[in-house]
Structures are given as structure tokens and as C-alpha cells.
Design a binder for this molecule. Structure first.
Ligand SMILES: [Ca+2]
Length: 488
């Protein structure tokens, strides 16, 4: 029911594509066994020195970011300096299981980076899970996800209250799981109107099979409740480009997208590859990299060539890291037709479908964010580098919380259902993601789609303007927040 690929990166494990089994929705035969995937991509453990030195956050050849790095890259610091920290606002983080050290990890993160601890409320809609098998179990994957979500929603909006909905899925199929997650969301929507909600999980649309219309409609009612309550809802678009699998991990042999990110009532958070202070400069191709790994006695020699970098200012490309491999989810929904808010996007792109993602944020692992984990035990506890569209969704939720505070100060209601407003924003509110070429010699690589290496499933092209690999690109936070505040 789950597959875990683990590859050694130097001496450190990189786990990617961790599939987690949740129970089926509604208990029908067709829908039972649906799996929500937590979309966190875990990178290496980093030294305390890297944590302490924002200008030199690296682990081996992998780059990492502190809150100050991300503030600088996206202009979040300017919004904080203007007095908007999310105070008085609530961010709802939805995960399975949660983490036994959610609060203490968040505190350790705050201690390391000089942030205030937020008011943290943890809600278990279906009972408190018993955490076990911490090093190898699926609960550990969700605990990592939980720490990432909490710490980085909070980093962007350090003044906002955080509510963690930790849905305790059944160990057996067909009883809880999806229903528990959505029961928790309904609870949060009714208790925190005007909040921002982040969902860093997804399942391939095709997993529903013939049950899709009834199953999707069932949970869609929750998003309608969110819109009615002024709650903004984000969902991660996925970490496998257009190559997504069924519950056995078998790839659908055609481009697919993930739900609930594909629901037009959800704002789909895609991925970019932010290179801030450095520029990727591979000297070998991805094929050569994997050939090197298969023969080299020391894989770090392969890493040093493929993940080579040079000093640079700031570049943001489509998220496509073939070394993991991973890429940002995006494409055309098979479940939803083009919604009214996408009327301005060419049908040559959408072809009658809801297109996603809507916008993006850094999701890279080489260029990932620092996350504190305290449940691994002993020397394994500490900071790790994380990427994935799991990182994009909570950070974008934090950005909207900043806007909501400023809107409240102006006597306005919260942003609420974001998509209709998002598609009216000027292009100057975004850093458009376009094709970019990196590397030297045989390493010369153009990133121009979200195709998942090494599959032959076509990716969505990265183009000027809105595209199905990154949406509008990433927000230029001061301008983006300014326009969210200026909106009626
Ligand atoms: Ca673009």
C-alpha cells in the first residue's frame, strides 16, 4: 500500500515519494484504498552551524534556507516591516496523525530563528493517535510533514495563531481516513471563519475510478462551506510532475493531476526551484548522474558534478529536480471543466479543463527550507532540509494571513475564496516562471516543463505567462499582498 524509495545522499538518507495509506472514502469498493500522499520531500540533516549562518546554509552540496533567506527572496520582510505579521489571524494546517513533537519542534524552530511562539491549538477530529514506529512508520512521514507545515506557515506569518487538525486515520481501510480529514476541516471552518487552510496532501484524480463524481462532490461540500465562511483553502499540486500513480504506486501512462488541488474551490500551490545566492551549474546530465551513481564507489563524486553550483543572485525556475527525482504537479484536471475564473486563460492551454496549479512557491530540496524534527531520537533530532509542494502550500497560506491582517485593519473581511480574485491580479504581482538553461558542457540542461524524470509521460510546458507547470509563478509578496488588501 505504500512504497518508500530511499537513496543515499552522501551519508544521509533522502526519502522521496512516501506513499501513505489512508482509508477509503465512503467505504465503496471503488473508492476504498484511496491514498493521500504527504507531499514533503526530506533532504539531509544539517549542522548547527548551517542553522546559525543564514548566508551559508548548506549540507554537503545541498543548499538550504532559513526564514531570513525566504523573507529576502520573496520580499516577505518588507511586509513584516510594515507591521503585518498575521496577528489576529488563524492558519489551519491539516495533516494525518500530526506529530508527537509538533509543539516542541515549533518552539525549537522559533528559538533557532528568533521568532515568537504562536498560539498553537491541536485538534484531533477522530481521537488522539498513538505514535509508534517513529523511525520507519508512515506516522513518521506525516510527523515530518506536520513539522514542515507548522514551522513554515508560522515563519511567513509569525503573528498568526496556528490550528493543527491532526486526523487520525484508521489502521484498516474504509472507516475513517478521508472522512476524518474532512470532518476536521469542517470543524475548523466552523470554528475559525476567515482563516486560511493548508492541505499538503493529494491523491491522483484517477484513483477514484468510476466513483469520482460522487466522492468528489461529497468532499466538495466542505470547500463550499469554506468559501461561505471566508476561509481560503490551499492544496499542494504534487511532487511528481504529470506522472502520478495509483494506490499500488503504478504510474498512470498519461499526464495526470492531483485532487483536492484540482478542485476549483481550492487554490493549487505548485512548485518552483528557488536558487537564492547561488545558481545550479551541473557539469553532467541527469542520465550521466544516474550512470555515475550505479558505478561510483563514492556517490558524493556524482553529487558534486550534478549538483554543482556557482555564486549567483536569484533565479526561480520550474521545480524539476531530476536527482530526486521530483517535479511540481500541474496539468489539466480530468474531473473539473474550466471554471469561470480561468476564462482569461487560453483554451489552447486548458483544452476545456480546470488547469493547475494556480500559482507557485519554492518547493526545491536543493534549496529547501530548514525544519526541526524532534521525534527521531538522540543525535538524529535536529534540523533537516525539506522541499516539496508541501512547503509551498503552508507558506502561501502564511502570505494570505498577512493580507488578512491588513484587510482587517482596513475594516475589510478576509480574502476567503481566493481563485476568482487571484486571476484578476496584474502580472506584476508575480515572478513569471519561464524556461531557463543551466549547466556547463554535457551538463547543459533547460528546465522547460514539469516532466518527471525518467518517465516518458509528457510534462506541462513552462512558458511566458500562466502555464500548467507553475501557474502564474510565485508571488512578489509586497505587491501581491498589497493587491489582496486593495481588493473590495
Ligand atoms: Ca510562466
Amino acid at each position: 500500500m505504500r512504497s518508500i524509495r530511499v537513496r543515499r545522499f552522501g551519508r544521509l538518507a533522502v526519502a522521496a515519494g512516501m506513499f501513505v495509506a489512508l482509508s477509503g472514502a465512503g467505504g465503496t469498493a471503488a473508492a476504498s484504498g484511496l491514498v493521500f500522499v504527504p507531499l514533503a520531500q526530506m533532504g539531509p540533516h544539517v549542522s548547527q552551524q548551517a542553522v546559525a549562518d543564514p548566508s551559508g546554509c548548506v549540507s554537503g552540496v545541498i543548499h538550504c534556507y532559513t526564514p531570513d533567506d525566504i523573507y529576502g527572496a520573496y520580499g516577505v520582510d518588507a511586509v513584516h516591516d510594515a507591521g503585518w505579521t498575521g496577528a489576529g489571524q488563524t492558519i489551519v494546517i491539516v495533516d494525518s496523525y500530526g506529530s508527537p513533537t509538533a509543539a516542541s519542534d515549533l518552539h525549537a524552530f522559533d528559538q533557532a530563528f528568533g521568532l515568537p511562539d504562536p498560539k498553537l491549538t491541536i485538534h484531533y477530529p477522530c481521537g488522539t493517535p498513538t505514535f509508534s514506529n517513529a523511525m520507519h512508520g508512515i506516522q513518521a512521514n506525516w510527523a515530518e510533514e506536520t513539522s514542515l507545515d507548522l514551522q513554515w506557515a508560522h515563519a511567513i506569518a509569525p503573528g498568526a495563531d496556528i490550528v493543527l487538525v491532526a486526523a487520525n486515520p484508521a489502521e484498516t481501510q474504509g472507516v475513517q481516513g478521508f472522512p476524518c480529514i474532512f470532518a476536521g476541516e469542517q470543524w475548523a471552518i466552523s470554528h475559525y471563519p476567515g482563516a486560511v487552510m493548508s492541505q499538503s496532501f493529494a491523491v491522483t484524480e484517477q484513483s477514484f475510478h468510476d466513483a469520482a463524481p460522487s466522492q468528489v462532490a461529497k468532499y466538495r461540500s466542505v470547500y463550499k462551506q469554506a468559501a461561505a465562511a471566508g476561509v481560503t483553502v490551499f492544496g499542494s499540486s504534487g511532487d511528481s510532475g504529470t506522472a502520478n500513480g495509483d494506490k499500488q504506486g503504478r504510474l498512470f501512462p498519461f499526464p495526470t493531476v492531483n485532487w483536492p488541488s484540482s478542485d476549483p474551490l481550492v487554490t493549487s500551490a505548485g512548485g518552483t526551484w528557488l536558487q537564492y545566492g547561488w545558481t545550479w551549474d551541473p557539469t553532467i546530465s541527469a542520465d550521466q548522474y544516474y550512470a555515475c551513481l550505479s558505478t561510483a564507489s563514492d556517490p558524493s563524486t556524482c553529487d558534486a558534478q550534478y549538483l554543482n553550483s556557482v555564486s549567483g543572485s536569484k533565479t526561480e525556475a520550474v521545480w524539476k529536480e531530476d536527482w530526486l527525482p521530483a517535479a511540481g504537479g500541474g496539468g489539466r484536471s480530468a474531473l473539473f471543466p474550466t471554471p469561470a475564473f480561468q476564462a482569461g486563460i487560453s483554451q489552447s492551454v486548458l483544452q476545456g479543463s480546470r488547469g493547475l496549479p494556480d500559482l507557485s512557491w519554492n518547493a526545491a530540496v536543493d534549496g529547501g527550507v530548514l525544519v526541526h524534527l524532534g521525534f527521531l531520537g538522540g543525535a538524529n533530532n535536529g534540523f533537516y532540509i525539506f522541499g516539496g509542494t508541501s512547503a509551498a502550500s503552508p507558506q502561501l497560506a502564511g502570505v494570505v494571513a498577512l493580507a488578512n491582517q491588513a484587510r482587517a485593519a482596513a475594516g475589510k473581511s478576509s480574502v476567503g475564496y481566493l481563485n476568482p480574485l487571484l486571476y484578476t491580479l496584474p502580472s506584476s504581482d508575480f515572478t513569471d516562471t519561464v524556461p531557463q538553461t543551466f549547466g556547463t558542457g554535457s551538463g547543459l540542461t533547460t528546465l522547460n516543463s514539469n516532466a518527471q524524470y525518467p518517465t516518458s509521460i509528457p510534462g506541462s510546458a513552462t512558458t511566458a505567462g500562466y502555464d500548467l507547470s507553475t501557474g502564474f509563478g510565485s508571488p512578489k509578496v509586497p505587491a501581491f499582498v498589497g493587491d489582496l488588501v486593495a481588493a473590495p
